[in-house]
Design a protein around this ligand. Structure first.
Ligand code: HEC
Ligand code: HEC
Length: 431
């Protein structure tokens, strides 16, 4: 009996020591990467929030009045749509129950989650970073020339924005595939310029009494509201509605050592050590600003006639940017499947396997699971890149950590890392 007690005590002591060393190892990394918990966004303006919320669910802002932001960004699907690739204007249904009536409606990219996009680190939006904001300079780079540079032609619009997130909202409404509708189908689709389309959308909204009053209340000192204010309100809503700051990882960073289990702590260590995830997914959001190539598989229509998607290169025309995509932030990542820019992977376990296989990940890619969307969402089988030359080019452009097969994980490391991604990074959002 006594021996048993002593043994129990010894094992408790040992496990306490193991715990303490997990904490002290983690704290070294947390300090050296200067990681901080995400804080709750402040300055909530109830009226602006309400306006942004209404706009988020509003179909009037789409050319044919048949789609809203929430069609593809549904909080039931981690603020994405649960599909590998989104289905645009003209499709039927919402989120994962949406069906494309023609293969033309399949958007070449996966709908990304909207968590923490109001955070100051989120200066590059879209998978290819085509909307960017330089805060100190108050300067934008966007697909619309009139908003760009230090003296933008439409300074009255940029002045009203205030963030990359606000600027982003001006683009789904311009995309013929996403929200605007095909030419000939409505007056917004027929507009000759971005500015004309924006004016027509604002015209539609301000004709509705409730909106004209809400805009006036949300921007009381503004003589004439424009599409910049529309973006500003949508950003305000998304920033507050989809802020995630109470995950176990955030609570751990706030000093609560018991917020993570031993397995989660081991998983966090794999994130920093063998997994080398931190080399790309860094900053408080574990991603968000930089770009990298990880030789991710390509599915769907892609961005060019070869069904290829060269990512950031399409924006910068710089060879170095070929097949580079923005490194995504990772809060609530367990809720936002499928993964990668073309939704190539179904589970987080598949994503880890991709990294663990290094350059072979793309060779070993199995697209079988995509068939489950056939007939349910897409009228035709999705294109899958299998061309050896294309795959070779992509591998060539991959980050050395991937091409050199430097990421090493045992099965138990993988299981711990998965646990960290699934549990430690998942938090609630405002209801
Ligand atoms: C047809 C589906 C669809 C609709 C409608 C839609 N989105 Fe998206 N959204 C997407 C897809 C797909 C992307 C990624 C596109 C890309 O990167 O090229 C995206 C990207 C974004 C991003 C960038 C996220 C990031 O991490 O960079 C934000 C923010 C966003 N959408 C908000 C909105 C808002 C606000 C609206 C309404 C004004 C809207 N979306 C309408 C599918 C949609
Ligand atoms: C070389 C830089 C790099 C490294 C190292 C890296 N990532 Fe990534 N990660 C990226 C990029 C870039 C993407 C987007 C790729 C794409 O869409 O094609 C991404 C995407 C992801 C996604 C999908 C996110 C989404 O919203 O679809 C997850 C999950 C992820 N990484 C987790 C990890 C984990 C876990 C590790 C460590 C084992 C890791 N990453 C290592 C750069 C990296």
């Amino acid at each position: 009996m006594l021996l048993k007690l002593i043994l129990v005590q010894i094992s408790i002591l040992i496990s306490m020591e193991a715990w303490a060393s997990l904490d002290s190892n983690l704290s070294t990394y947390i300090k050296s990467f200067q990681m901080k918990a995400i804080s709750k966004p402040n300055n909530l303006n109830e009226v602006k929030y309400l306006l942004g919320e209404k706009l988020f669910f509003e179909k009037e802002i789409s050319g044919n009045r048949n789609i809203s932001c929430s069609t593809c960004h549904d909080s039931k699907f981690g603020t994405g749509d649960g599909l590998p690739l989104s289905i645009g204007e003209g499709g039927v249904g919402v989120a994962h129950k949406r069906f494309a009536t023609s293969s033309m409606q399949v958007i070449p990219r996966n709908s990304p989650p909207l968590y923490n996009l109001g955070h100051k680190d989120m200066i590059s939006l879209f998978w290819d970073g085509r909307v960017q904001y330089r805060q100190g300079w108050d300067e934008y780079t966007t697909p619309s020339e009139v908003l760009n540079g230090d003296y933008p032609e439409r300074w009255d619009i940029t002045e009203a924005l205030g963030s990359a997130l606000a600027a982003q909202a001006l683009f789904p409404i311009l995309s013929h595939e996403e929200m605007r509708g095909q030419k000939g189908s409505n007056e917004i689709a027929n507009a000759q310029s971005d500015e004309e389309a924006w004016n027509l959308i604002m015209g539609r909204l301000l004709k509705i009494k409730e909106y004209s009053e809400l805009f006036k209340k949300a921007f009381p000192n503004v003589e004439e509201v424009n599409i910049g204010h529309f973006g500003n309100a949508l950003a305000h809503f998304q920033e507050h509605r989809f802020a995630v700051y109470d995950t176990p990882w955030d609570n751990y960073l706030r000093g609560n050592n018991s917020a993570l289990s031993a397995k989660e702590k081991r998983g966090a260590l794999v994130f920093f050590e063998g997994g080398l995830c931190i080399r790309c997914h860094n900053g408080d959001l574990l991603g968000g600003f930089a770009f990298a190539g990880v030789a991710s598989p390509q599915t769907g229509p892609g961005k060019d006639i070869k069904h290829n998607d060269e990512g950031r290169f399409l924006i910068t025309n710089n060879e170095m940017d070929k097949y580079q995509f923005r490194i995504p932030p990772l809060r609530n990542i367990a809720l936002t499947a499928p993964y990668f820019h073309s939704g190539a992977y179904k589970t987080l376990s598949d994503v880890i396997e991709h990294y663990r296989s290094g350059i072979k990940g793309i060779d070993n890619y199995s697209s079988d699971w995509l068939d489950e969307f056939l007939d349910k969402n897409y009228p035709e089988r999705l294109f899958i890149e299998t061309n050896r030359y294309m795959i070779f080019k992509k591998k060539e452009a991959a980050h050395p950590l991937i091409s050199g097969q430097i990421i090493r994980m045992t099965d138990s490391d993988k299981s711990d890392l998965l646990h960290f991604l699934e549990f430690s990074l998942t938090g609630s959002v405002r209801d």
